[in-house]
Design a protein around this ligand. Structure first.
Ligand code: IPD
Ligand code: CA
Ligand code: CA
Length: 261
């Protein structure tokens, strides 16, 4: 696919940050002896990746706004456009030497996500989408899965960890969903969970207490691959509410019913 100039800028920035993260990821294993040492090292890797992305994107489009996990918010001279960035999604995996983490970059225009990139440098898988132009992984056009039956479907989610208060809700979700489906996965990068729904690898994904930078790029990939994306609250907005429920169309109402209880 021939993408827009903005999409090409985003892909270039994701690749550049990915190279820096891969170099640091190779070092992480040597640092495991000291947990604090590895933790500090990973936050430096994270911040460095964000700086790389910021300088690529802001040099190319200096008037756009900015929202990123490590570096906060900046309205920019053009308040209608903003970059939404998570430089490293899947930090816990990265810290533990697990090769499943991503760089997520989205472009929002007048409140709508118009382009999104989720890059998995460890597997060299570049997922991307533009509004109205479909979703892709490297050279391959993406399409959500075609499964019609919940019992044959697998779902991804995020399980709450230390400090997160949504454990009871998640346990209730699992109690209802597990008997009705073929399995639930927790792989540790929400942006890749979404990209995998777009690629038809997962049939659906849901999670609460996320942030706009976890969701923005992946949401567009799911939609452009033919999937349905909603907040868990049917009247809500996933980006501002930080919660999401998405799947292919045939199972959507059954899946939503289970998660909404
Ligand atoms: C996290 C990952 C994880 C999700 C967490 C997020 P981070 O992002 O997306 O899958 O369950 O809620 O915070 O901290 O690795 O950027
Ligand atoms: Ca994240
Ligand atoms: Ca992050």
């Amino acid at each position: 696919m021939v993408g827009s100039a903005n999409l090409n800028i985003m892909i270039k920035a994701a690749r550049k940050a990915g190279r820096s993260l891969v170099k640091d990821f190779r070092e992480v294993e040597n640092l495991q002896v000291s947990v604090k040492g590895a933790g500090d090292f990973v936050s430096k890797a994270d911040i460095e990746a964000e700086q790389i992305i910021k300088s690529e994107l802001m040099n190319a489009r200096p008037t756009y706004g900015w929202l990123a996990e490590e570096g906060g918010e900046d309205e920019g001279q053009d308040p209608t456009r903003r970059w939404i960035v998570d430089p490293l999604d899947g930090t816990t995996n990265f810290l533990h030497g697990l090769p499943h983490w991503s760089v997520s970059i989205a472009l929002e225009h007048k409140g709508q996500i118009v382009a999104g990139v989720v890059f998995d440098p460890a597997k060299d898988e570049m997922f991307f989408a533009e509004k109205g132009a479909g979703a892709w992984m490297n050279e391959t056009r993406l399409r959500v899965s075609g499964r019609h039956r919940m019992i044959e479907s697998i779902f991804a989610t995020g399980l709450p960890f230390g400090g997160r208060a949504d454990l009871p809700e998640t346990l209730k979700d699992l109690a209802r969903l597990l008997p009705a489906c073929a399995g639930v996965r927790r792989w540790g990068s929400a942006a890749l969970d979404l990209a995998y729904v777009g690629a038809g690898r997962y049939d659906g994904f849901w999670e609460r207490r996320l942030n706009a930078w976890d969701l923005a790029a992946g949401m567009l990939i799911v939609r452009e691959a033919g999937g349905l994306v909603e907040a868990i609250n049917p009247a809500g907005n996933p980006l501002t509410d930080g919660e999401i429920l998405c799947s292919n169309e045939p199972i959507h109402s059954a899946f939503a019913k289970v998660i909404r209880g």
